[in-house]
Design a protein around this ligand. Sequence first.
Ligand code: BTN
Length: 248
Amino acid sequence: MLKLFLPTVDSTNRYLLEHAAFLPHFCVLRAGCQSAGRGRFARNWVSPVGGLWFSLLLKHFPLPRNVIPSLLALAGLDVLEKLCGKGFWLKWPNDIVFSTGTPSADGKVAGILGQFCGQGEKGVLVVGMGMNINNAVPGKLDFPAVSLRDVCHQHREVVPVYFALLEAFQENWNRFEPGAWKRRVRQKSYFHGGERVSLHCALSEKRWEGTLVDTPVEALELVLDSGESKSFQAGDVRKVRVERGSSR
Ligand code: BTN
């Protein structure tokens, strides 16, 4: 694994996509900070010094491409649990949240952006992860952000977290088995079947609310209040508080 570092760059995802032709499979780029970090749905990702911002370039796909971001998220979860203990969950599709059971206090610790460029065998996948470690997080987000420092009340060195994460990802990649992967995703899921959630699609600017059919793994299935079932491949999901005494 070739490991590159830049003290500052606009976006590690953008850099790897632009230089993919000259870089090897499994090359990783970490940045001290990003001046134009990118999030899902073309949002900004605030990336000051103190956080972990990196991307991985993949050129060969011995395993299904759509599971790769989740292997990185699971690697992140394992590392965070070892460092700080319980409370970290996989928020569909690939966020890591810290939650102790009070949804209003839950916060996003890490997010993943996968970008595929090209076609078929010749295509390259860049998977970038942003993890709030010691940095201040932006306020006023649709789903609140938290840093590891906020939840563990301790300063953590970024580089050991990064190396542990890469090792855990490589292990997940080498040992990938669909059944075990699905079980692990279900076991660590922040959402469960029967829960009431809302899903916002930033591209279409539409919002849906309904009940989860099952714990989401690849797709998320909702039964809307109209009784219609709908399956989603992407979106921003959050739990909806059900008032006591409500008939829903
Ligand atoms: C999300 O919206 O939750 C995904 C955020 C992904 C951020 C990371 S930081 C490293 C890499 N470079 C980027 O520009 N984005 C990803």
